[in-house]
Write a protein that binds this ligand. Structure first.
Ligand code: KG4
Ligand code: ZN
Length: 412
């Protein structure tokens, strides 16, 4: 049985080097994130080789900072947890190799955590923190309507993991002290965050694109450009074919209900066509240098208009409105069809304001509970990794000594 219940989590699957100390999966003692945004911004996306190099630079100081902020020595820990996939192979290996060495040298068990399970536990960690510290209790973003009872913790939850690499729907079931996951839906091509990033890039905005689109969208008309998502009718043509996308590798598509499948590559192309047809590209491109210098999304209409003319703001707003609408429709349809009374939305795109607002309204109208992580826990961090490791520590599920990176690790 665990003694202190303290787990050091290490995360390096993409472009954030992170370390955190979490107690019993329920209390964050420290959480340090070193972002590589400045390194990758000039390329408009994550460059895998640069990511590995930056992780190598950051990993030791980040872990030291997490221990120092928590006033905790390695000897106080019960275990070390590390993300073993999915993600970039070279980036994952930096975290795994360091975690292994640290665990071996300090005779601590090592726990391997799936990054997607980590995102789900970001929400659960917030929930447990709220319950464990009633004096600091902050209601979830959407509180329940009067008269609606909270779903018991033993009830299944529908989880939408929506980030730069993933758009996956899982039915998450608490079983004993641990969780089991069933894939319910996913994107057949690009992730939603990838669409935000690509649209922002083609408009000449900063990287990552999500926060820029989020900030600019409120200055445009969401109904100016009627983007539509066609229902994915059949997946027969994909059955038995080798996976072609990152998402396909982490989750095979067979047996999924097509109503819960997403596709975001079409809307990205539609935005590109719209930009070309309306000759908006050159104009927005001319602003690139200016935008990249700022690295801060606009706060006022004047600032937004200085960056983008009104038609571009309308396009951005319409794009975001369409993506959020599609995510919302399919997520709540899946929750209803599976009888889930709790919906968790997590991953970088869960930071989006319009998404939080519209999901909260829908949940209230349907009488289901909606939960989002705090903004800091929405994007990649290590507290979620340490929290996800807690049930595994209770069950003594440790990583094998030959643990390696699995860039396409599936969640079960
Ligand atoms: O979870 P995350 O940090 O890393 C991955 O696992 O991918 O998510 C990063 C993604 C990026 O695509 C970024 O553009 C998107 O999340 N993102 C947002 C917002 N903040 C981050 N998308 C929409 N609105 C936001 N506010
Ligand atoms: Zn992530």
């Amino acid at each position: 049985m665990p003694g202190s219940g303290l787990i050091l989590g290490i995360e390096s699957s993409c472009d954030e080097t992170a370390a955190a100390i979490v107690e019993r999966g329920a209390r964050t003692i420290s959480s340090v994130v070193a972002s590589q945004i400045a390194t990758h911004a000039r390329y408009g996306g994550v460059v895998p080789e640069l990511a590995s190099r930056e992780h190598l630079r950051a990993i030791v100081p980040v872990v030291r900072a997490a221990l120092a902020e928590a006033h905790i020595a390695l000897a106080d820990l019960d275990a070390i947890a590390v993300t073993s996939g999915p993600g970039l192979a070279g980036a994952l290996l930096v975290g795994i190799t360091y975690a292994k060495a640290l665990a071996f040298a300090n005779r601590l068990p090592l726990i391997a955590v799936n990054h997607l399970e980590g995102h789900i536990h970001a929400v659960l960690l917030n929930e447990r923190e709220a319950e464990g510290a009633p004096e600091h209790w902050v209601p979830p973003v959407s509180s329940l309507r009067p008269g609606i009872e909270a779903a018991p913790h033993s009830d299944p939850a529908l989880a939408l993991v929506v980030s730069g690499g993933h758009t996956h729907l899982y039915l998450a079931r608490p079983i004993d002290d641990t969780w089991s996951y069933t894939l319910v839906g996913r994107t057949v091509d690009d992730a939603a965050g990838e669409a935000f990033d690509k649209v922002a890039k083609l408009l000449g905005l900063g990287y990552p694109g999500g926060p820029w689109i989020d900030a600019l969208a409120k200055f445009g008309n969401p109904r100016a450009v009627p983007f539509a998502f066609a229902q994915i009718k059949s997946k027969v043509h994909l059955a038995g074919q080798p996976p072609r996308t990152k998402a396909a590798k982490t989750a095979p598509i067979a047996h999924l209900d097509p109503h819960f499948l997403f596709s975001f590559s079409g809307i990205k192309t539609a935005v590109l066509r719209y930009v070309e047809l309306n000759q908006m590209r050159a104009e927005s491109r001319a602003r690139v240098a200016h935008v990249l210098e700022r690295l801060r999304p606009p706060q006022t209409r004047e600032e937004a208009l200085a960056l983008c003319p009104q038609p571009t703001l309308d396009l951005i707003s319409s794009f975001q409105h369409a993506v959020v609408g599609d995510l919302k429709r399919k997520t709540f349809a899946a929750a209803e069809s599976l009888g889930a009374r709790r919906v968790l939305v997590t991953g970088g795109v869960a930071a989006n304001r319009e998404l939080r607002e519209r999901f909260s309204q829908e949940a209230a109208a349907r009488g289901v509970r909606i939960l989002f992580p705090t903004l800091a826990l929405s994007t990649d961090n290590a507290a979620m990794i340490a929290a996800a490791a807690w049930p595994r520590l209770l069950k003594q599920q440790f990583a094998p000594p030959d643990l390696s990176a699995d860039p396409a690790l599936a969640l079960r």
